[in-house]
Ligand binder design. Structure first.
Ligand SMILES: O=C(O)CCC(=O)C(=O)O
Length: 269
């Protein structure tokens, strides 16, 4: 794993709100990640989360059929698969995310496999952090290509620098590809950057960077393994997102989110 982050990479990430790392995994590691994903998917039987079929706040009912065909979304595979647990809880990932974000440390918020099947719908331009149960402008995600991600099969696109101006207003991933530009008209004319990647490459992006992906126009799958990271010290903002009813019942707004069973601390300076 190419896990060192240079000062220049930190500066680029802070400026653009995303960073692509080519050949992040070597061929053996890529095979391990694919094997772990296959094993995790086989056990999950289509459920999005270990304990339930759906996620709170992702796609309203009217858009559900559409959203279900954007990608297969399987969350917190680390919680029910030991191979994926070893991969996702690797301290090196936490160290990279800490360096890029400028936080004091990094917890896993949730991992997710995002699989665009043949002819999958595009992923509308959106932000991530507004979905989550904490509101920290430094939150970020890693997105690892497990197949080549191309213009044809749904690679990511980013609006560079948008994270410096976005708020927590977010239309979500709906049918209207460009809805976010009604919230952030200043980016209507910004040229997006396509993050095409060879399998094994990755990107990090700030959860407030406007990003999206094309439809999959090919008969092949586009698999990505991703993980969202929460800065150390983040507090509960009242949003349920992936948290279970039982866990939510133990929280009040303002509580520090530091339960290691739910959000393991990967790294702290
Ligand atoms: O893989 C995709 O289509 C979108 C991914 C995404 O939005 C994310 O990882 O935050």
């Amino acid at each position: 794993m190419k896990n060192s982050i240079s000062k220049a990479q930190v500066a680029q990430y802070q400026k653009d709100g995303f960073l692509v790392i080519d050949n992040f995994l070597n061929a053996d590691e890529l095979e391990q990640w694919r094997t772990a994903l296959d094993a995790a998917l086989a056990k999950r039987k289509g459920n999005k989360l270990p304990d339930r079929a759906s996620v709170y706040g992702k796609g309203d009912d009217a858009d559900k059929t559409y959203y279900d065909n954007v990608f297969d979304q399987l969350i917190n595979l680390w919680q029910d698969n030991p191979l994926m647990r070893d991969i996702m809880l690797d301290e090196r990932l936490g160290k990279m995310a800490t360096a890029l974000s400028g936080a004091e440390g990094i917890h896993v918020w949730h991992d997710q496999a995002l699989i665009k099947k043949p002819w999958a719908n595009p992923t509308a331009w959106h932000l991530d952090t507004p979905y989550w149960s904490f509101s920290d402008r430094r939150a970020l995600s890693i997105w690892v290509a497990l197949d080549d991600a191309t213009l044809e099969n749904g690679c990511l696109f980013f609006i560079p620098g948008s994270h410096q101006h976005t708020t927590f207003e977010n239309p979500g991933i709906g049918k209207n590809m460009g809805a976010i530009f009604d919230y952030y008209p200043q980016f209507k004319t910004t040229r997006p950057i396509a993050a095409t990647m060879k399998a094994g490459s990755c990107s990090f992006h700030n959860g407030l960077t406007i990003h999206g992906a094309n439809a999959n126009m090919t008969p092949g799958v586009r698999r990505a393994m991703t993980c969202a990271y929460m800065p150390y010290g983040s507090t509960f903002n009242g949003t349920q997102n992936i948290l279970s009813d039982a866990f939510i019942a133990t929280l009040s707004v303002g509580d520090v989110l530091n339960d290691d069973g739910q959000n393991p601390l990967l790294y702290r300076l």
